[in-house]
Ligand binder design. Structure first.
Ligand SMILES: Cc1cc2nc3c(=O)[nH]c(=O)nc-3n(C[C@H](O)[C@H](O)[C@H](O)COP(=O)(O)OP(=O)(O)OC[C@H]3O[C@@H](n4cnc5c(N)ncnc54)[C@H](O)[C@@H]3O)c2cc1C
Length: 696
């Protein structure tokens, strides 16, 4: 009999954001102005646990919902009771607030230990089921870090479970397809990416839920090792509104006008390919290479920069060029010039900061390579490009850690792409990606060589591996970064830090984060954002073979079946037309895409390729190899036409480098309309035939 510990979180309702939710001064989101709801994926996880209990005909198995949050998070526990939970526990304490993912995963893992001991009476036949990620954090790190703390297998991005031969087989999303796996041992952590059969509360169950006791635990009840702000290994240093989309987002009223725009955009290439990357910031220079030690123009926040400008201006006027020339009388003059800007303590801190010139972290800049069947994932090459820029600034080298079996042939390509050293960890047991075996291998290499920065691709694999590795080596980790810069931070002068910028709250705010209390700074970076540098086959690099002792016990998953896309697709075509779930059927997809692709090919005199969303592939509209997106192919055509595609982030990541994006969708509020250049509101059945006619 299995039991199910389901993690549920109360989050702001980001689907209902109005302008009123933003602070008019700073443009950032005010969380308290949004209603609170259960994290949608956690509601799906609850339904998923219920399905597992039913499918295994195990009605005696308990569903225990656990939440960490303020007292009002009781609401999501009552929600859980009214659907399927038998017991609910709220971990609530001010001391737990302000936590990053480490300081969230750690107390949750300690609470799970307490549940197992006191409620399950040490019965180890249980699953921890949780949503893949929460909409406020969007990190997907907590479940993997809980698994790491409890030393459990973790199966992430699960979309289905089948009870066969007395155990569960899980279908999960992987790069390029999907996979069916089973945990070799229980307990196990499962993260749910999609389960579309919600549970509804009955009247009687709701009444029962309202009367049932919510168990409250405080920090002192669980005695976790890392909690709250002090237990965190990252801190947010700046929150700011996301930049406006550089896409035109222009609504077109009829198919004829759209046909003209398609032709013009194709000919003129008036889109924005290549603009997707970050604006080129001046390259960071270490303090001892700057004209003066007082040059702190690269300092973190705006306020700090302004303070430094006042200070350095005054120092210049006073003719001071070395810190030991600053005496009490010059300090007085500086404070006078600063007026209200800063006071004595801040001045002392800045002077202390001037004395520092050595980077706060030491070592190489590393990339953890992702690969499959002897082919390196494109995102790894993009990261090597970025690592090069960071390493140049920090005057260090680029290392690539690659774990697997027969991986050495890939070293040459990695060196040509910009790596200086390749750290190879070879073992038969690393032949296929198993999170626990791979995290052991990579963590061992990291804790031997201690690079100062470690970057992973924010692919399903990278977002699974990175949290386990970082937790294992006690380092902070930032998820899904879209910006990585070296800067000095804080008045006391932390030098050469990796500042990690990422979207949060469903892309409604951006946050810049730094690592603290860690020997290495770690981040996963969104594929398609960083730029690959042109390969140089003449580059030379070192190969370092790193041995790690692995046994069968380190492999936690049994891989039952892997389904990857096969066949030929030419995604280098200038025009790609993709169909989504909104195509409704395979026949519709086939018929409407044939019509439009032919008409565009003739009219534009170019090759047109077919693409699809993951949902369309899962519906069987077209073969997997046509999938565009994070776990499909990233493309950069001149023209991309999206038919019946909603614009989920995992899809749009794959088309970020497209020049012009055109969308046809029947929903006037489809998210894709905010991420494209031209759109038309209407059904594909209506618009596509008229568009074809207009093109002809
Ligand atoms: C780890 C992970 C990786 C993923 N990787 C990818 C990936 O690589 N690529 C990818 O695409 N997705 C990926 N996804 C899935 C992604 O989150 C979305 O679920 C998916 O992109 C949705 O596809 P869709 O837009 O076709 O379907 P839906 O989101 O269901 O949208 C269908 C759209 O069609 C519109 N529509 C309906 N009927 C019509 C009509 N008659 N005419 C016009 N419009 C109509 C609707 O308004 C809606 O906007 C991934 C998810 C996870 C968790």
């Amino acid at each position: 009999m299995s039991n199910y510990i389901v993690l549920v979180k109360q989050v702001p309702d980001v689907s209902q954001i109005t302008d009123n939710a933003f602070d008019p001064e700073t443009g950032t989101l005010v969380r308290s102005r949004l209603a609170s709801v259960i994290n949608e994926l956690d509601a799906q996880a609850l339904a998923f646990a219920n399905k597992m209990r039913q499918d295994s005909s195990d009605e005696a198995g308990k569903i225990i919902a656990l939440s960490m949050g303020p007292p009002m998070a009781e609401e999501v526990l009552r929600y859980s009771l009214s659907r399927s939970a038998d017991i609910v526990i709220l971990l609530t304490d001010r001391a737990l607030g302000g936590a990053d993912t480490v300081a969230t995963a750690n107390p949750l893992a300690f609470a799970i230990r307490k549940i197992v001991k006191e409620i399950l009476k040490n019965d180890n036949d249980y699953y921890v089921i949780t949503g893949m990620q929460s909409v406020d954090g969007d990190t997907a790190q907590v479940p993997a870090q809980i698994a790491e703390e409890l030393n459990l297998p973790c199966i992430a991005y699960v979309t289905d479970a089948q009870f066969k031969n007395n155990r569960f087989e899980f279908t999960r999303i992987i790069s390029g397809g999907s996979q069916i796996v089973a945990a070799k041992k229980l307990p196990a952590v499962i993260t749910v990416a999609k389960y579309e059969y919600p549970l509804f509360a009955t009247f009687s169950r709701t009444r029962w839920a309202n009367k049932t006791q919510v168990i409250h635990w405080a920090a002192s009840d669980i005695n976790a090792a890392h909690i709250g702000v002090t237990g965190s290994k990252t801190s947010v240093i700046r929150v700011f509104p996301p930049g406006k989309s550089t896409r035109k987002c222009q609504q077109i009223s009829d198919a004829e006008s759209l046909a003209k725009i398609l032709v013009e955009s194709f000919k003129s290439g008036n889109g924005q390919a290549g603009k997707n990357g970050q604006a080129q910031a001046p390259q960071y220079v270490l303090p001892n290479k700057r004209a003066s030690l007082f040059n702190r123009n690269f300092e973190g926040t705006k306020k700090e920069q302004a303070d430094y400008e006042i200070l350095s201006g005054k120092l210049q006027k006073l003719g001071i060029t070395r810190t030991n020339q600053i005496d009490d009388s010059s300090k007085e003059k500086i404070l006078e010039a600063a007026g209200e800007h800063f006071h004595k303590k801040a001045l002392e801190d800045m002077i202390e900061g001037f004395k520092l010139a050595k980077p706060s972290f030491e070592g190489e800049v590393w990339i953890v390579a992702e690969h499959s069947d002897g082919v390196v994932h494109p995102a790894t090459f993009e990261l090597i490009g970025k690592a090069h820029e960071l390493a140049d600034s920090l005057e260090t080298k680029v290392g690539v850690a690659i774990a697997g079996f027969n991986v050495e042939p890939m070293a040459k390509e990695l060196i040509a792409a910009g790596a200086d050293s390749i750290y190879i960890i070879e073992d038969k047991l690393l032949g296929v990606f198993d999170p626990t075996a791979h995290r052991k291998a990579i963590a061992d290499a990291i804790s031997t060589y201690w690079p100062q920065i470690v970057l992973y691709a924010a692919t399903p694999q990278g977002r699974m591996l990175a949290p386990m590795v970082s937790y294992r080596v006690s380092c902070g980790l930032t998820a899904d970064c879209t910006g990585l810069d070296i800067k000095d931070s804080s008045r006391k002068g932390d030098i050469g830090l990796l500042l990690q910028t990422r979207p949060a709250l469903g892309g409604n705010v951006m946050a810049t984060i730094r690592t603290k209390n860690s020997r290495s700074q770690m981040a996963t970076a969104r594929p398609g954002v960083m730029k690959r540098i042109p390969p140089d086959p003449s580059r030379k690099g070192k190969i370092i073979r790193h041995k790690v002792k692995l046994t069968e016990d380190d492999v936690n998953l049994e891989i039952i079946k892997t389904e990857l896309g096969t066949g030929q697709v030419d995604f280098n075509a200038d025009v790609i037309v993709s169909g989504g779930k909104g195509m409704q059927s395979r026949d519709n997809y086939e018929q409407l895409l044939s019509l439009l692709c032919d008409a565009m090919s003739k009219r534009l005199d170019t090759q047109v390729e077919r693409g699809a969303s993951r949902a369309a592939v899962e519906q069987g509209f077209i073969e997997r190899v046509h999938q565009v997106g994070q776990t499909g192919t990233s493309i950069g055509p001149k023209l991309y036409v999206a038919l019946g595609i909603s614009g989920a982030i995992q899809h749009m990541i794959g088309v970020a480098n497209t020049e012009t994006i055109v969308a046809i969708n029947s929903d006037p509020n489809a998210p894709i309309f905010k991420q494209c250049d031209y759109y038309i509101v209407g059904t594909v059945e209506d618009i596509v035939p008229s568009l074809v006619q207009a093109l002809e």
